[in-house]
Design a protein. Structure first.
Length: 98
């Protein structure tokens, strides 16, 4: 796994020290168990987008984990989407100079 992460970081021009493997894997586990297995990689991608837009990784992951732990897919209607739990992680704000 570490060889893959190192190679992927190199390919994408990322610093390995910036990647918190356990944070992402824990989030994926929580979503897979609390929401649905296919939600795990999609949520990891969303976390990456949020971090790329400036959200602190640990804060965003904690919010997503809290959502996943309280998720009750059985009780939701197919079109029911929950409102935001707090301040939006992904919004229209762009980093300075963007």
């Amino acid at each position: 796994m570490e060889d893959w992460i190192n190679a992927a970081c190199h390919e994408l021009g990322l610093e390995r020290c910036e990647i918190d493997r356990d944070l992402v894997l824990d989030l994926a586990r929580d979503v897979a168990h609390g929401v649905a297995r296919p939600g795990a990689p999609l949520t990891a991608y969303l976390l990456g987008l949020a971090v790329g837009r400036g959200a602190p990784a640990r804060d965003a992951a904690a919010r997503l984990t809290e959502m996943a732990e309280g998720w009750d897919a059985e009780a939701r209607e197919p079109s029911e989407v929950p409102g935001p739990a707090g301040e939006a992680v992904l919004d229209d704000a762009r980093p300075p100079g963007a």
